[in-house]
Design a protein around this ligand. Sequence first.
Ligand SMILES: O=P(O)(O)OC[C@H]1O[C@](O)(CO)[C@@H](O)[C@@H]1O
Length: 550
Amino acid sequence: MTHPRYPKATAPSTAPSWSALTAHQQVISNQPIADLFTRDPNRAETYSLNAAGIHLDFAKNRIDDAGMTLLCQLAKERGLAERIKAMYQGEAINSTEKRQVLHVALRSQLGDLPEHLRDVDAVIAQMTQFVTAVHTGQWRGFTGETITDVVNIGIGGSDLGPNMVTQALTPFHKAGIRAHFVSNVDASDLCETLKALNPARTLFIVASKTFTTTETLTNANSARQWLLATLADEAAVAKHFVAVSVNLEKVKAFGIDANNIFPMWDWVGGRYSLWSAIGLPIALACGMDHFNALRAGAAAMDEHFANAAFEQNLPVIMAMLGVWYINFWGAESQAILAYDHYLNAFTKYIQQLDMESNGKGAYLHGGYLEHHTGPVIWGEVGTNGQHSFHQLLHQGTRFVPADFIVSLTSHNPLSEHHSQLFANCLSQSRALMLGKSEAQAAAEFSAMGYSADEAKQLAHHKVMPGNRPSNTLVVESLNPKTLGALIALYEHKVFVQSVIWGINAFDQWGVELGKQLCSEIHPALVSSAAAESFDPSTNALMALYKSVNQ
Ligand SMILES: O=P(O)(O)OC[C@H]1O[C@](O)(CO)[C@@H](O)[C@@H]1O
């Protein structure tokens, strides 16, 4: 990466531990992970930590004590302790947007909040009242029917978090109410969702921090038309639409009753907002008690993150191992492999959290980076991924660190399903670590009856290099509390990495250009005039669209 300006002063490579880590990587690069267990019989124990109901086993990593010490030293040299304090104390650490970053305040337990954040309690109280009213049938639709279906209309942080958590907490859903999520401007998303719904029993939540997001406003307008097509009275909107936003004026202009607005604040980033009223669909699906337990789980992780020494700090350890692989081993991606079907949407959620936060190329105080930042996040629930892309994890030429996530117990204890699932999870991390040597592979072919020559030749195709690192995160049970802690763990991991890299994890200017261009392209696309003012490729593709749509 070559950029014209590069301020050496803020580069992480100027930290004394950086060059020591570069040298240490050379020392350790030929060391099999399995040998680290031989050298240190207590490794499984010493490379495991527990906090907020989460057990982290990071023993299957290409790191030793000296390396861990250097990584923690790097965190210290980059001023991590001060940055954590600055975030918790409400300094405007989102400096490019001049904003505080206070998602941590959203999970403070009631009564804990300083004066200027008391609004959080007020919104939680408003949510509690509303959720109770919907659940008890006190809140009814325009024709007097109770609400059976809630449709959250939002995108990005106003969709991925609540959507993922609502799915993950399916075993905790209340009977009689279903949550749906519409995010895509593709009408198929909205139309397919509405197909099975009765307008008289449907409540829409328009979730948009800014209330300017085109996809959300387009979907909300179409949802309102769908509602009014049946209920045929503008007054129905007040009984079927609520909104969550910072932008109260824009919500009112849309026609949503002032009493139906759940406020949020500019100090909550979209991808960190599921703890605010953006979590309303979670609370409606599961009840306020479970929503508060989710917040409490996150609060327990917040406390651990703020107080534990770096050497025992789960988010710090995971973040520094990520830095180790990205900046010293050349890893370009990170697999998130949840062995829990309820975490089906977890990787997608982490994609926004990590990639929108740390997909950056400039230093916090200006100047371009000369080192890599956030990885490509990808993955799928186990065991499904095993029959799809794990081939690449095991034998591909790429180096992909993986996080395995698994529960000790199942919400559906059916015959041997859970033991099979758990065994598969352990087998994958073990296979990644151990691999298979050429001699082992050849012996397997010989045992199958191949000649010595054939066995030798075919062996290459069965060789697995091994030494592919992974973390394993274990919870006793996937419940609101452990899920809250798990999400907060990843939030803080991402923040720690941003501090090491010297970037701002809390802005997202990179998404703006596409929005700007769309505001130019869309009017030209629907105009009858030929599009000629764009690049030739774009002009030609617009002409193609117009040839069938006009
Ligand atoms: O809640 P809003 O303002 O509609 O924004 C939705 C999403 O759009 C983004 O700005 C990116 O396009 C995300 O950061 C945000 O979560």
